[in-house]
Design a protein around this ligand. Sequence first.
Ligand code: KIV
Ligand code: ZN
Length: 522
Amino acid sequence: MKEKILVFDTTLRDGEQSPGAALNVQEKVEIARQLEKLGVDVIEAGFPASSPLQFEAVQRVGSESSAIVAALARAVQSDITAAWKALSLAQKPRIHTFIGTSDIHIAGKFGSDRYGVTLKEKRQTILKMAVDAVSFAKTFTPDIEFSAEDAGRTDQGYLAEIIEAVIGAGATTVNIPDTTGYTWPSEFGKKIADLHNCVQNIGDAIISVHCHNDLGLAVANTLSAIEHGARQVECSMNGIGERAGNASLEEIVMALKVRSDLHNFYTGIVTEELYNTSRMVSTFTGIIIQPNKAIIGDNAFSHESGIHQDGMLKNRHTYEVMTPESVGVPQTNIVLGRHSGKHGLQSRLHALGYDLQDTELETVYKRFVDIADKKKEVYDDDLRVLMGDERSKPRNAYELDYLHINSGTASIPTATVRIRHNAQVFEESATGDGPVDACFRAIERALGLESLVNSYSVRSTTAGRQALGEALVRIRDNNSFFNGRGISTDIIEASAKAYLQALGMRQHHFENNTPETIDSEV
Ligand code: KIV
Ligand code: ZN
């Protein structure tokens, strides 16, 4: 009998904690729809207590999704209440509560004497907080997950004690995170096996694992945990997440599938949807996938050397352990052009994972025609970038109405911009070190704003001289980052749009006073 491994996707929660990856609500909803098509069992949609935006995103995803939707909460009543409120419309809600259990976490986060003076006392307080949190969450819904944060570095005896206690209080999933990506596969596997063997009531809950990739071992640790009793894996698309990221969903799933000769496990993932999901996440987060990334990188199925190409022509299995089709990598390039109709566009977007309402289609079609007029052939990647741009618009956006650039080898780069915002028009010119610098300065002058540009990049979405350029700008304000994305066949225009969008995001953030970070205690 084959056993199912549940896939808990945390792209929208831990994945979104990747520096600069902030997603807006619409983007999260779109990704959640695609995750459902992909067949994940649980979608962790966010951390409602951490900001109104997170709350709204969990609410929207919950109201739409037929998968289990999880909301994160620290082990305190206010967080759990917020998580439950955000999940109120979900068909299958799950409250996911966590608390740090390693001595390092205990000493760092619970240093105050009110948690106890000695380590022993503090451990008892934390155990009680964990049990209280699970019991409180249980008053709202039966599906409760508990995570022992930094379990990878937690004393094994204490970990077993806390896990037994929370299961006793009603936790139905117990998650063992390797929060710092510190463990070694055999060591982590043993940790799971010990819990499996020593915790009396372990049969009343599913063991889950959540591995970070600081040493590049997240997937190996996850697979080792499965071999030793874990039946839920927490992972993210493209492996995005805090620091070096989380275990990559596509790698775990394909490793299990391709090496099914070694074990008796399967997942419910529709692997042919991996590529579309991966691209959508990359487009919306602005996190580019490294070309040699396993499974979904551009080079994952490219064969460069003559010997390899020759081998492939004779027999694909010579150098490929899976087919590109099995993970949804398109084998033919469907190209749209200015004569493609609305339905042609709609069906292509559908194939890429985007389902548009009629009014949305109208707007996107206008933009598509505009692009098709400029670059004749519109590829899938152009459409993805267009959708990324469309979805990322902030409310109260600054709109670039006019841009003029004067630049050359013998002239001082000068830019003039006209910007519309809330029925107001702002116009200014500026010089700079280059055309982009001049453009950014003109924008700052026109709006009377300044910012620290933390990162700026431009890439072409497809090959060829008429390629669509995508600019990504990240600005920093104290500890907060704001991303902007702009697209155009003209990269200076794309850059100006991206900068305006980042400024718009920052403005929106301050107008709505959305706190991005919460008290680190607890
Ligand atoms: O890495 C971690 O420990 C987490 C928990 C909140 C599950 O993300
Ligand atoms: Zn994590």
